[in-house]
Design a protein around this ligand. Structure first.
Ligand SMILES: Nc1ncnc2c1ncn2[C@@H]1O[C@H](COP(=O)(O)OP(=O)(O)OP(=O)(O)O)[C@@H](O)[C@H]1O
Length: 894
């Protein structure tokens, strides 16, 4: 194309030259040269190898033409011709120089431009490579870099928008720059060419320059577009990278061949044997506004209000997984189920609360879309409060159903009074006045069975918190009923709640059926639909989420959940190996101690912790309600004595062999030593009772009696007469040799405030005690295992295991009431002599022994406490009998 153009231009030149020569040769020669020169310049740019046309052709041409001129003018003309020839020769020389210079100029300019372009490209490439390296090298882009990147991307976006408004801006700017350069070049040339350029030349030059510009402009524009395109691509890649901030390095656990074999033989599924592991340290925290969470401005604002600036490790791992299926209406892909094991106090609750709120906040119609099942009423209340903190600004409705209110009242809350009436017509798709229901299993089953129009067919999330605890309960076959209610079944179309087929479709106020009256997964339950693969995933729109600090790996229990495409996420310390060790990660801020002592010394040890080690804001766990009550009364009495009158008590001497005598007496009465030997005593309804066999993943023994004894968690606790006997004899069993002691009288305001918390107390009393404890008004809260799991009592600075737990799971949950959310805390376990061996074995098996420090309390250290304690103990029986009578309890004291 370029060659054709060049040929045409030459032809035009020849023609132009011929026609001009018919009038005047001078004109012909003087006009032909600059054109040739410019053509040469142009051709040089188009094809540098092509030599420029020589002036010889022009001279020859003019000579040939001159043959036709009349002879009379020959002499005169000859003079003219000579002068012209001289002039032509001079001009030719000048033009050759000019051409040469101009070519050099042009080459230099092209080279300059090329160099500049390459430099730009190189700089861009380097910048991009540097940024990409930064991104690659850092697990996390620090906030300042991200902000800088964001600002840069925004600035470029702005520039792009500007460029879009004026697409030629880049080309025009470049052309202007070029024009400037050219002008400079022309100035240099002007001295040589000034005398040769007439107006026509000027015009031609202008025309030619325009032509050159025409040629250059697309090239410049192309260059601009290319640069623009490559920068835009780099920007897009940068923005994409900035948006896709790499997740913390979560590894999938590599298991050895032996472990694999072991897991296989135990029936542990592969996904459970290969958890995604996350270190529970702060380096895995991410800012709440991080794009990977995809939280709305509203939720971020609520989080900030609640003091949440970052997501903890478990939240960083779990929330993005849940938010992957963020579109409520997207039922094409079944979201896989998730099992999460993370230490106590690591923030598991928010790991499900925040995404549930974010996803459900898109809903149009109120349906029961999230069900949270928890083992105790107090936990339900706590989780409801958490939901309510973050739900502000949406119209989602949260409710609890725990049996603390009348059944009718709960029905009215769940489906409304008109729908809860047994005679009200059953509505296809059910009815709900709440979006999220937090419940204990027993009460939920009652509603599934007996509340008309209560349905789980719209469920999007089924959360089973404290999963291993709940899976140990077979109360009312709760899991079976829930799974049955959330899975569509063809026969259901034949059955209304009342057994009839007369089911109405729920309609809006205009009479149209409400669009999601029936959950997609249930359509085939009610209608005869053509079978298609597309329908399949719709049945699986429920996502089951299991959470626990000590998640079971019992295959039978896991299988009973009918999980679909499950994933196992475990937050645990690195460097651990072996199954036990992985399951029991304690909070990083927890310091653990054990105090080995005689059974009878334990109350004194509690006093020692309170008065000598200044333990406050403490939870003290006992093995039963009675044990808690007795200790509570004893310490209360001690404080009363201490703050009202100086105490002078007789010498208390160690009586060797007395303890043996006590034990023999106990044996005669048929009592057993301690909880380690008596499942029935220890395994109150509040206890975990996780069998050791479960810890070994031995499915065959998962139905051990201790597990079967588990109950809903707060129904019953058993009496131990043995403890009373021990209390009566405890002063005699103390290993203390002291003389008469006088204790100074502190004021009543110095008294340590102690309270008890158990399932015996009415709901209102329990709530007020928890409030007082949270407000710091109670120094020591003595409790059963009712609050050993899940309860988040913020001020707990210490935990005292008054009766040391028999199972590691229970230990983990109890000590996990302190050192929560990255804080520090201390746990003291009072280990009786005869329990010491078992305790050590249990802790060692969990790879935890090196974390526990042994504290030796010498008799001298508690000497000052003994007089008051002795007096309190002496008065205890009367107090207990009185309080027992008052409570109308059936406890018997012999
Ligand atoms: N991202 C966060 N930033 C600050 N505090 C948080 C964050 N996430 C959770 N918390 C706080 O940490 C405490 C413990 O959280 P949570 O009760 O969810 O722990 P958990 O893992 O469920 O413990 P457990 O196993 O004992 O039930 C709560 O007080 C909660 O408000």
């Amino acid at each position: 194309m370029f060659n054709i153009r060049r040929f045409d231009l030459e032809a035009e030149t020849t023609q132009e030259s011929s026609s001009s020569s018919t009038t005047t040769t001078t004109t012909t020669t003087t006009t032909a040269i600059p054109i040739n020169d410019r053509l040469a310049k142009l051709n040089a740019r188009l094809n540098k190898n092509k030599p420029p046309p020589t002036t010889t052709t022009s001279t020859t041409d003019s000579t040939t033409i001159q043959d036709s001129i009349p002879r009379s003018k020959d002499i005169k003309d000859a003079k003219h011709h000579k002068r012209d020839r001289d002039s032509t020769t001079t001009t030719t020389k000048t033009n050759e120089i000019s051409y040469k210079r101009s070519r050099e100029e042009e080459d230099a300019r092209v080279a300059r431009e090329e160099a500049r372009r390459q430099k730009d490209q190189q700089a861009g490439k380097q910048r991009w490579e540097k940024r990409a390296k930064e991104l690659k090298d850092s697990d996390l882009i620090p906030n300042d870099i991200r902000l800088a990147m964001k600002a840069e991307v925004e600035a470029r976006d702005r520039a792009k928008r500007e460029a879009k408004k004026n697409p030629n801006a880049i080309a025009v700017a470049a052309a202007a720059e070029k024009e400037k350069e050219k002008e400079k070049g022309d100035e240099d040339m002007s001295d040589v060419e000034a005398n040769e350029e007439d107006n026509e030349n000027q015009d031609n030059k202008g025309q030619e320059e325009e032509e050159e510009e025409e040629e250059d402009r697309p090239a410049l524009e192309l260059e601009g577009v290319e640069r623009f395109a490559s920068e835009a691509a780099a920007d897009a890649a940068l923005a994409e990278l900035a948006a896709l901030v790499p997740l913390p390095t979560f590894e999938t656990k590599e298991i050895t061949a032996l472990e694999k074999e072991r897991a296989k033989s135990m029936g542990i599924p592969d996904w459970l044997a290969h958890p995604t592991l996350i270190e529970p340290d702060e380096s895995n925290n991410r800012p709440i506004e991080d794009q990977q969470f995809g939280f709305s401005e509203r939720l971020i604002k609520q989080c900030r209000k609640a003091g949440i600036e970052e997501c903890f490790a478990v939240q960083t791992a779990v929330i993005p997984v849940l938010m992957r299926a963020r579109h409520l209406g997207d039922i094409r892909r079944a979201p896989g189920d998730l099992c999460v094991s993370a230490p106590t106090g690591s923030g598991k609750t928010l790991a499900y609360v925040l995404p549930i709120i974010e996803i459900l906040s898109q809903r149009v119609v109120t349906r029961l879309r999230a069900l949270v099942v928890l083992p105790t009423r107090d936990l339900c209340i706590q989780v409801k409060e958490t939901f309510e903190t973050f739900v502000k600004g949406t119209d989602l409705k949260i409710a609890t159903s725990t049996g603390q209110n009348s059944f009718a009242h709960e029905q009215a809350i769940l489906v409304g009074e008109s729908h809860s009436n047994p005679n009200s017509p059953r509505i296809l798709g059910g009815h709900s006045r709440v979006d999220v229901l937090i419940t204990t299993p027993g009460r939920l089953i009652d509603h599934i069975k007996s509340t008309p129009n209560f349905t789980l067919q719209h469920l999007r999330f089924l959360v089973i918190d404290e999963a291993d605890r709940l899976l140990n309960q077979s109360f009312q076959d709760w899991l079976f009923h829930i799974l049955n209610a959330i899975h569509p079944s063809p026969e259901r179309k034949l059955l209304g709640a009342d057994g009839s087929e007369a089911i109405q479709v729920k309609r809006d106020h205009l009479g149209f059926p409400i669009h999601d009256a029936i959950a997609p997964g249930f359509l085939s339950s009610f209608f005869q639909l053509p079978e298609s693969d597309v329908e399949d995933p719709k049945a699986l729109s429920v996502q089951k989420l299991l959470f626990s600090a000590t998640l079971t790996r019992n295959p039978a229990k896991i299988a009973s959940l009918q999980l679909s495409d499950p994933q196992y996420v475990a937050v645990q310390e690195g460097g651990q190996d072996g199954d036990e060790k992985q399951k029991y990660t304690t909070p990083a801020g927890l310091t653990e101690h054990m105090i080995v002592c005689e059974t009878s010394e334990k109350p004194l040890m509690v006093l020692h912790l309170l008065h000598h080690l200044q333990v406050r804001s403490a939870l003290c766990f006992t093995k039963s309600v009675e044990s808690a009550h007795r200790l509570y009364k004893l310490i209360q009495l001690y404080e009363k004595i201490r703050t009202t009158a100086p105490v002078e008590v007789p010498v208390v001497r160690k009586e060797a062999g007395k303890e043996k005598k006590v034990k023999e007496e106990l044996k005669k009465k048929g009592g057993k030593d301690q909880d380690g030997e008596s499942g029935s005593e220890d395994d109150s309804s509040d206890s975990d009772s996780d069998s050791d066999s479960e810890d070994e993943n031995d499915s065959s023994s998962s139905d051990s009696s201790s597990e079967d004894e588990e109950d809903e968690g707060e129904d019953e606790e058993k009496t131990s007469d043995v403890e009373m006997e021990q209390a009566e004899t405890s002063t005699n069993a103390m290993d203390i040799d002291t003389t008469t002691t006088t204790v100074a009288t502190p004021t009543a305001t110095d008294a340590i405030v102690v309270a008890e918390f158990s399932s015996d107390l009415p709901k209102s009393k329990r709530q007020s005690i928890l409030r007082a404890f949270n407000n710091g008004e109670i120094h020591l809260l003595i409790c059963s295992d009712l609050i050993s799991r899940g309860m988040d009592l913020s001020p707990v600075s210490s935990v005292i295991n008054y009766d040391s737990p028999v199972y590691m799971k229970k230990y983990i949950h109890r000590v996990g009431r302190t050192a929560r959310a990255g804080k520090t805390g201390t746990a003291y376990s009072l280990v009786e002599m005869q329990e010491a061996r078992h305790f050590k074995e249990m802790i060692s098996k969990a790879g935890h022994w090196d974390k526990i420090g042994r504290v030796n309390v010498k008799s001298q250290e508690v000497k000052d406490l003994v007089p008051g304690y002795t007096k309190a103990l002496a008065g205890l029986k009367d107090v207990l009998v009185t309080s027992s009578r008052r409570a109308g309890s059936r406890r018997s004291f012999k």
